[in-house]
Design a protein around this ligand. Structure first.
Ligand SMILES: [Zn+2]
Length: 232
């Protein structure tokens, strides 16, 4: 699985001209059918709507590996957008709300919200450790971005995710803005909220690198830093 831009037209064009890098070998990914249809709930409160999407599948012209291209707004194994889940986590950590109150606010079942919060809480220590490591590795001046102690594992994890996003924004300051959810989703291949993935030992070790150069010119796949540049 590879996190890509939310702009499907750009992703399709980039795939066709070979501007998306294989996360395994750096080769060029090409179109290779489609993954299964997903039904996603988008929006908060009483205004949420259902959106049907079908992620692109790609195949590497070098190693022949196949990869599902999941847009950065989506989280693996979740039926809600990453932004909705992120809002629930932020509310829990910043305001201390319980899952029922958050569920009422965002218009989702209480059991669903409880699952998001438990998954993040269960992975919080690992998320904190991993993104601290990545912050030191990738941020141009990690010391400046170092977060204050938050007092809880969840707060620490959220703080270091925000610091890492800020570090990426500074690194690519000329072209991009990065939110903590974009940085977290892209770095974890969409699995930021999968506690089982964290428990199994995540692989976020691939370094940041430039987008594949080629095709017919024009902008790269990475008009936000999650496609091409950010193939982690
Ligand atoms: Zn490959």
């Amino acid at each position: 699985m590879l996190t890509v831009s939310h702009d499907s037209v750009v992703v399709e064009l980039d795939l066709r001209v070979g501007r998306v890098a294989c996360p395994d070998c750096g080769g060029r990914l090409r179109p290779w059918g489609w993954a299964r249809v997903r039904v996603i709930r988008v929006g908060l409160g009483t205004d949420w709507v259902v959106r049907v999407c079908r992620p692109r599948r790609s195949r590497c012209s070098a190693c022949q590996g196949t990869h599902v291209l999941l847009e950065v707004r989506l989280a693996a194994r979740r039926a809600d957008t990453a932004a909705v889940i992120a809002a629930a986590i932020e509310t829990k950590i910043a305001l201390g709300w319980g899952h029922r109150r958050i569920a009422a606010g965002c218009g989702r079942p209480a059991s669903t919200v409880r699952g998001w919060l438990r998954a993040f809480g269960a992975s919080a220590s690992l998320i904190g450790v991993e993104f601290t490591r990545l912050l030191v590795r990738d941020a141009p001046d990690a010391v400046v971005l170092w977060p204050q102690p938050a007092g809880t594992a969840g707060g620490e994890a959220l703080s270091v995710l925000m610091a890492y996003a800020e570090g990426l924004a500074r690194r690519f300051a000329a072209t991009v803005m990065v939110t903590w959810i974009q940085a977290g989703i892209a770095t974890t291949h969409g699995r930021l909220f999968c506690s089982s993935w964290w428990a199994a030992g995540p692989n976020t070790n691939r370094p940041l690198r430039q987008a594949v150069v080629g095709g017919n010119g024009g902008r790269s796949a990475c008009h936000i830093p999650v496609t091409g540049v950010f193939t982690v």
